[in-house]
Design a protein around this ligand. Structure first.
Ligand code: PMV
Length: 314
């Protein structure tokens, strides 16, 4: 039996603008993970099980249904040259809420890719860059125009500074001078990243100069944030998160529920707060300190957060 996992992720700065080549910063959310388990089977064929979603299908059916599972398996087959798969059962489970802006799709795909490569005897191939690249191919099928930041963070499982560019994305790790204590508050509202990204694209096409200026602003905020993280300037990082939220709101990707959680966190003493990921629902993040963490967590729950996780970036 082979098991592989991949973490969720949060975007600290620069979501949406990252699709248009501006820098962004993201970090893994290692305490919530997607897991893929593969066992050799007695009966021929490949079966895919996702008990949490009540899914049990043959590979042929997932391919006919256009599921990401099938696409992930095909990517591994293409990359390894294995045309005939041995009989197996692939079981997928995930603690990452679906459509919550925490990268659940990329994490499930990355876990399946890593597990299958290992099961087929290609564990040495399944390094982060390879897993990231194959996951990106699957993301492209399901998410329209993904920037590549989700697959990068879940495959490398490190905080990254990311710029989408040709011929190769810029992927850099950076020093975190003072740990960042983040609370991740879930609105409980699921929201499709594909729809919010598509909507931003339509608005950008209709008003390119306005949206280019908003993307530039996000890019400048992400640059300043990287320097502030490297310098350990927590107050500035918080301030930049607040600014980033306002720009995302102008891009119409916030929502009343996200705004409510962001404002509640700010009023309870968070150094800064913003939505994280595709927006219109999903999750927000708040930068706290040991002194403010309990109060901010309480107000987030009182303001409607369904769960609050803590993530420390060091
Ligand atoms: O909602 P998520 O977790 O898939 O994050 C999406 C991040 C975006 O910048 C909105 C899209 C992208 O591909 O980078």
């Amino acid at each position: 039996m082979v098991t592989a996992t991949a973490p969720g992720k949060i975007i600290l700065f620069g979501e949406h603008a990252v699709v248009y080549g501006r820098p962004a910063i993201a970090s893994p959310l290692s305490q919530i993970r997607a897991t893929a388990k593969i066992e050799a089977a007695q009966t021929p064929g490949v079966r895919l099980l996702a008990p949490d979603l009540d899914i049990e299908k043959s590979l042929e059916t997932t391919l006919a249904d256009g599921d990401a599972f099938g696409a992930a398996v095909q990517q591994v087959q293409a990359a390894t040259g294995i045309t005939e798969l041995p009989p197996m059962t692939i079981t997928v489970s995930s603690q990452i809420p679906i459509a919550g802006g925490l990268g659940s799709g990329a994490a499930i795909t990355a876990a399946v890719i890593r597990a299958l490569a290992t099961f087929l005897g290609f564990a040495d191939l399944a390094a982060p860059a390879w897993v990231s690249e194959l996951t990106y191919e699957v993301e492209k099928i399901y998410h329209g125009t993904p920037s590549g930041i989700d697959n990068t963070v879940v495959a490398y499982e490190k905080p990254v500074y990311f710029v989408r560019q040709q011929p190769q994305n810029r992927i850099e790790t950076f020093a975190v001078k003072r740990p960042l204590h983040l609370l991740v508050g879930d609105t409980g509202i699921s929201s499709s990243t594909k729809l919010s990204v598509g909507d931003v694209r339509r608005q950008w096409q209709a008003a390119p100069s306005i949206f280019e200026a908003l993307f530039d602003e996000c890019g400048q905020i992400a640059e300043a944030a990287r320097a502030a993280i490297e310098n350990g300037d927590l107050a500035l990082i918080g301030d930049l998160m607040n600014q980033n939220h306002l720009v995302l709101d102008k891009m119409t990707v916030s929502s009343p529920e996200l705004d409510q959680l962001v404002e509640a966190a700010q009023q309870a003493g968070a150094l800064g707060a913003k939505l994280s990921g595709g927006g219109r629902g999903g999750n927000m993040i708040a930068l706290v300190t040991a002194d403010t963490e309990t109060a901010v967590r309480q107000v987030l729950l009182a303001a409607g957060a369904k769960h609050v996780l803590c993530s420390v970036i060091k």
